[in-house]
Design a protein. Structure first.
Length: 255
């Protein structure tokens, strides 16, 4: 990080911290001082001018001091995660459709499931996803995500399930086992119950969240950005799905 100075349109001198990511080409200016005053009215002009002066492609604002790095990681990876999730989901869709499974994606583009005028886009997006899932009534739902954490050393794929769903637990455990076997045998994470994730609570059929890795870990972020590794992740998930369905079929045949 380095400190940079620039002028607001009203002549007020501002300064901020410039962070250049090793994971992507974007530069981030963070913790811009003075933005809580009258300068807030000129934010767009300030951003435009500073972006041109410093060759910056991405901005986030934060004044939390000791948590700067954590928020950099979260904000810089927000858009990236959305792209990675969709890329892996589409690869998984192709694998499964070749095996005659019917797959429904809650989204097939980077556009969110909300109206542009929505007061809370994230909430509306989640509600729309749940509506699609509950309407389709799938055997189960797999929600693909990427994780992050303030400490860079943390890594590894992990699957979450709703704590009150036995089917979700069984599915998550089989998927976790497959992810470890196919991606990283040194990954000691286990499937984990969660009682608070909206998607897990509000869907009527078993739903699990697959966190494919940590974007806050540089090595894992680079892997997840690679198309070949994304294919490996998709294959690992598909193998877990088939293992789960095979186990379910065997259990159904037992007298």
């Amino acid at each position: 990080m380095k400190k940079i100075d620039f002028l607001a349109t009203d002549g007020l001198k501002l300064n901020g911290l410039l962070y250049e990511s090793n994971q992507k080409t974007d530069k981030v200016i963070l913790s811009v001082h003075g933005m809580s005053s009258n300068c807030l009215k000129n934010r767009e002009d300030i951003l435009s001018k500073c972006m041109n002066q410093n060759n910056i492609d991405y901005f986030c604002f934060n004044n939390r001091g000791s948590e700067l790095v954590r928020y950099i990681q979260k904000d810089i990876n927000g858009e990236k995660e959305k792209e990675l999730n969709l890329a892996i989901a589409k690869k998984l869709q192709k694998i499964l459709e070749k095996k005659d499974y019917r797959i429904v994606l809650t989204r097939d583009s980077n556009k969110g499931l909300y109206h542009r005028t929505a007061h809370n886009k994230k909430v509306e997006d989640m509600k729309k996803r749940c509506e699609i899932i509950n309407k389709e009534k799938p055997v189960f739902t797999i929600s693909i995500h990427q994780n992050s954490y303030p400490e860079e050393y943390v890594k590894g794929a992990q699957v979450f399930y709703y704590g009150q769903s036995q089917e979700g637990k069984e599915l998550a455990e089989v998927l976790q086992k497959s992810l470890v076997a196919e991606l990283d045998k040194e990954n000691h994470r286990t499937a984990k119950a969660n009682e608070s994730y909206y998607l897990l609570k509000k869907t009527k059929t078993p739903t699990v969240i697959v966190e494919c890795g940590f974007l806050s870990n540089r090595q894992e972020a680079e892997l997840l950005s690679d198309a070949e590794y994304q294919q490996k992740v998709a294959v690992a998930i598909s193998k877990g799905i088939e293992n789960y369905l095979n186990e379910e079929a065997k259990s159904a045949k037992k007298p």
